[in-house]
Design a protein around this ligand. Sequence first.
Ligand code: UD1
Ligand code: UDP
Length: 375
Amino acid sequence: MATPDDNPQAEILAVVGARPNMVKMAPLLHALADGEVGRVRLVHTGQHYDRSLSGGFIELLGMPEPDANLEVGSGTHAEQTAAVLIGIEKEIADNEPDLLVVSGDVNSTMAAAIAAAKAGVPVCHLESGLRSGDWTMPEEINRVVTDRISDLLLCTSPDAVENLTAEGISGNGVALVGNTMIDSLVRILAEVDRTSVLRERDLASREFGLVTLHRPALVDDPAQLTAAIDALKGLAEQMPVVFPVHPRTASRLEAAGVDASDALRILEPMDYPDFIALEAEARVVVTDSGGVQEETSAVGTPCLTYRTTTERPITCELGTNELVGTDPAALSAAIERVLTEEVPGEAPGIPLWDGAAGPRAADAIGTFLGQRNSV
Ligand code: UD1
Ligand code: UDP
């Protein structure tokens, strides 16, 4: 790999914006912290701004405080994307980075990548190559656009590398480094007192369900949202169901006049350590999140994904994830079946989801910068 002598003054601009970005980026920042590969400037776009979705993650993941916050906030896709484009373009003009690093698939990811590519700054995409094939998902557009203009594409799994190859993207710029989200999980789960997290909430190990739902295709449709909540009430008749509610979902539940608090334990978004502790201790998780499919596979907890597609098929093939579709009757049936089955309870072991993806990603960046320097 490259040494500081190969590339003494590399400036790396790392950009985060939303909750899952922090979980994916933190291990890379830790691995780059010694400055050997380059000096990192961290910019938060401000796409997420509530402490429970933003500052809390930065603090609890041990990330450095961002050097700047663009405070783009909420808005339409165009408003959010445009504000990040303008802000990152200025960041690039002011700081002249050698590389921009983005993670995941949110609007901030794509907008920052476009700003860098247009300014001639190479782009590194952490969690490259995932594809759901569903173009109605804003994230799918964000993933494909980001990958098309990226120079260093860091993948979590072999299927992601294959997706890129099928799109004509291959060669030295593509590297299979593993899953940095699992680095965060391994690191923080080792520090959490799981017994206390359960006791504080009056929960018993493997005797509760955990739910997250926030995809627009589901929660922005009042009929779909209501039907999903009804299916979850069926689970709640058998065991406590903990549902930390994303703000998008909270406002949609209110607008649809759905009050689920009589049956489900409705909470604010949870702090990351507490949430992953519950993931590791739940009897079953029901979700439409991307990251939660991966984390449950890593901790060996059954996961029912309430969607028709997944960009993370390896979690179904080698992990504990099952794609149940969006028919509430199918969800109820899947819940009933899972409750009769043994909980795997230990990580099935997806290759390179081992807690050491951050250092591998940092090495790939060092090699990339070294190669550019020697051209
Ligand atoms: C975004 C990402 C999604 C990701 C999710 C992670 C896009 C297109 N979507 O969805 O891929 O899975 O983040 O959680 O980038 N809000 C608050 N406080 C905040 C942030 C948002 O209350 O700190 C509310 C606002 O009402 C806002 C709504 O949540 O309109 C949606 O926020 P937004 O960032 O647009 O998208 P998410 O649904 O969070
Ligand atoms: N998460 C959390 N608290 C919660 C819900 C989720 O800490 O109440 C974490 C979860 O462990 C994972 C990340 O948030 O690391 C997933 O983010 P989200 O589901 O919002 O986004 P997606 O992965 O779908 O893009």
